[in-house]
Design a protein around this ligand. Structure first.
Ligand SMILES: [Zn+2]
Ligand SMILES: [Zn+2]
Length: 123
């Protein structure tokens, strides 16, 4: 018996379900702990539009979900996008931008990246 595609499918589906389950859980928790306000633009949310409020992970590690919510930040879709865009550009070394020198910004982010890498706790 080498390779049972049905079994693999089940494993993948199971893993995906677990991830979704986890996501739903931390989102619910975050919405319980924090007021429904975007942490960047201060836009307020109600039940009608809370779907547009997302849970951002401060350290960008989606596996890091302390129950006190210290790694979560509620951001609206737009601010959340911006937040990640900023880091993507930093990771790309600013090469996505051809508008003027951004050397100092890049250097700052490079330092930050190194700092973050060093801060990883030993496993
Ligand atoms: Zn916002
Ligand atoms: Zn995020």
């Amino acid at each position: 018996m080498s390779g049972d595609p049905a079994k693999l499918d089940r494993i993948v589906a199971e893993a995906r379900r677990a991830a979704e389950e986890r996501a739903r859980t931390y989102r619910e928790q975050a919405l319980k702990i924090y007021p429904w306000i975007c942490g960047r633009c201060a836009r307020e949310f109600t039940r009608a539009n809370v779907r547009e409020l997302t849970v951002h992970h401060r350290d960008h590690n989606h596996e890091n979900n302390p129950s006190d919510g210290s790694n979560w930040e509620l951001l609206c879709l737009y601010c959340h996008d911006n937040e990640h865009q900023r880091l993507l550009e930093a990771a790309a070394g600013g090469s996505t931008s051809s508008t003027g020198p951004r050397v100092s910004t890049y250097a700052a982010f490079a330092d930050l990246k190194e700092l973050l890498a060093k801060k990883q706790p030993p496993k």
